[in-house]
Design a protein around this ligand. Structure first.
Ligand code: G1P
Ligand code: ZN
Length: 541
């Protein structure tokens, strides 16, 4: 292969969002599109001369080609070594672990997470730093700046890199190591959790269903849950990663993981149900007839984490994204540890973990994780739940009832209104921001507004500020709603409305009923119908 320099020109709209650059696959496949962005990453991080990088992705359409292009560009840009998952596969948490454990300079992860895959669906790319976590805004801004002035990129042409064979090869002066995507991650999980105890519980008859949704976690879950922990073959369903996820929308929530939900709500439900998303960082936990909301899952994990060997010495502190429910705060208070609130997106947790302030963190969007990596981690959350069940001897419904009895129940729900025209969504948010100052003291039905603001975050570690991270309205008594626009979509705008209300006595209500008055007030204040014409959400979690 020969190293060449290709002339190019800036392409509009290459601004990374909540989690890297996400666009339709066909957009990424247009001439120079991926290459421009990859070169912008390299230039934006100060070049890759002599550096070591991890490369891999969730296996969606174009993952293999893009992995190869990145390797050819890394070599042409002078990188010293690249480590790629076999066939270009790496779950996001496994990539984060490799970046850290191999002491590399960073990594490129190819994924559009839980968005559908295929040539007509979504693709994505993001850069993670040497700590294994998503690049902070200062770095993504620098990358975006390069995309606006880029004139050329460097690449090896005239041959291909074989991603299928495990072992070391070279391209120019760059060493390439193709590694098994699963091995190192499995070792890490074994160092954190009590595999013998979980295996014993499974051998005792605890049936499991893990829905990998035809995405990246299939090989990880089969190796861990079936091969190592001894669950029956077939416990992992949809276990083969497919470029189009077999048409599934690999988002582990009750709407998209409906097959799992039907099973778990049915008469022959296994004791434990779970699912993960496209790139393996999200999770959903379900017991027989018992859906565990992600905010509750995070709180339960915080309250019980010390049963797992990796967390036996206690938690340093915990963190949650601002729209996530305050169930975690109540646990932190009881444990006497700090609870941090951050904007939406995993990147804000990294500084807190690197600074030794938090061990556990999570988001309402089916993301939970700890300082073992710098990404959220779906399989990790599943193993934590199994470890808790194995040590306490309790079922999922028993764990939930006990938790609420001790801490109260933060009824919680998120309503998503998808594909609203962007200008209408922007007008809605602008009007809401304008109305905030006058809301205090106003009543909406039985609800009276106590505070209303536009959330801004001051990072306690690096002193940076992130403004406009969501509008929040708190009512007297503590019920609240939060509203923000999604930063991960690829077309139009998605409005996310998060509602929450603490109940200390009655734990068996339907969340939508328990939250009806908050929802009503939120619709009136935001004027969702007036601005968008929408009366009902597309997805409720
Ligand atoms: C969504 C979630 C957010 C998560 C992100 C990446 O972002 O809401 O919590 O970190 O996906 O998985 P959003 O589309 O809301 O910007
Ligand atoms: Zn994901």
């Amino acid at each position: 292969m020969t190293k060449i320099t290709i002339n190019t020109a800036p392409i509009e709209g290459q601004k990374p969002g909540t989690s890297g650059l996400r666009k339709k696959c066909r957009v990424f496949m247009t001439e120079h599109y991926l290459e421009n962005f990859v070169q912008a990453i390299f230039d934006g991080i100060g070049g890759v001369q002599g550096k070591t990088l991890i490369v891999g992705g969730d296996g969606r359409f174009y993952n293999d080609k893009a992995t190869e292009i990145i390797l050819r560009m890394a070599a042409a840009n002078g990188a010293g070594r690249a480590i790629a998952g076999q066939n270009g596969l790496l779950s996001t948490p496994a990539a984060s672990h490799l970046i850290r454990s191999m002491k590399t300079d960073g990594g490129i992860i190819l994924s559009a997470s839980h968005n559908p895959g295929g040539i007509d669906e979504d693709f994505g790319i993001k850069y993670n730093m040497s700590n294994g976590g998503p690049a902070p805004e200062s770095v993504t801004d620098a990358i975006f700046d390069v995309t606006k002035s880029i004139q050329e990129y460097h690449i090896f042409e005239g041959g291909s890199v074989d991603l299928s064979v495990i072992g070391a090869t070279a391209l120019g002066d760059m060493q390439i190591d193709i590694v098994d995507p699963v091995t190192a991650y499995v070792d890490l999980m074994q160092s954190l959790f009590d595999f013998p105890a979980i295996g014993k519980m499974i051998a005792g008859g605890t049936a499991i269903r893990f829905d990998a949704m035809n995405a990246i976690t299939g090989p990880y879950a089969s190796a861990i849950i079936e091969d190592l922990l001894g669950a029956a073959k077939g416990s992992v369903v949809h276990g083969t990663p497919l470029p189009d996820f077999g048409g599934m929308h690999p988002d582990p929530n009750p709407t998209w993981a409906h097959e799992l939900m039907d099973e778990m709500m049915g008469p022959n439900a296994p004791a434990f149900g779970c699912a993960s998303d496209g790139d393996g960082d999200r999770n959903m936990i379900v017991g027989p007839n018992c859906y565990v909301s992600p905010s509750d899952s995070l709180a339960v994990i915080a309250a019980n984490a010390t049963v797992a060997p990796g967390y036996a010495s206690g938690l340093k502190g915990v963190a949650r994204s601002m729209p996530t429910s305050a169930a975690l705060d109540r646990v932190a208070e009881a444990l006497g540890i700090a609870c941090y609130e951050t904007p939406t997106g995993w990147k804000f947790f990294g500084n807190l973990m690197d600074d030794g302030r938090v061990s556990l963190c999570g988001e309402e969007s089916f993301g939970t994780g700890s300082d073992h990596v710098r990404e959220k981690d779906g399989v990790w959350a599943v193993l934590m739940w199994l470890n808790i069940m194995a040590v306490t001897g309790k079922s999922v419904p028993e764990i939930m009832q006990d938790h609420w009895a001790k801490f109260g129940r933060n009824y919680y729900s998120r309503h998503d209104f998808e594909a609203i025209e962007s200008d209408k969504a922007d007008a809605m948010i602008t009007a809401l921001r304008g109305a905030l100052a006058g809301l205090k003291g106003q009543s909406f039905g039985a609800m009276t507004v106590e505070t209303a603001d536009d959330y801004s975050y001051l990072d306690p570690v690096d002193g940076s500020t992130s403004a406009h991270q969501g509008v929040r309205v708190v009512f007297e008594g503590g019920a609240r709603f939060v509203v923000r626009l999604s930063g991960t979509g690829t077309s139009g705008a998605t409005l996310r409305l998060y509602v929450e209300k603490l109940d200390l006595k009655d734990f068996d209500q339907d969340p939508q009923e328990a939250l009806a008055d908050v929802l009503k007030a939120a619709h009136t204040i935001i004027q969702i119908e007036g601005f968008s014409g929408r009366t009902a959400p597309d997805v409720i979690t």
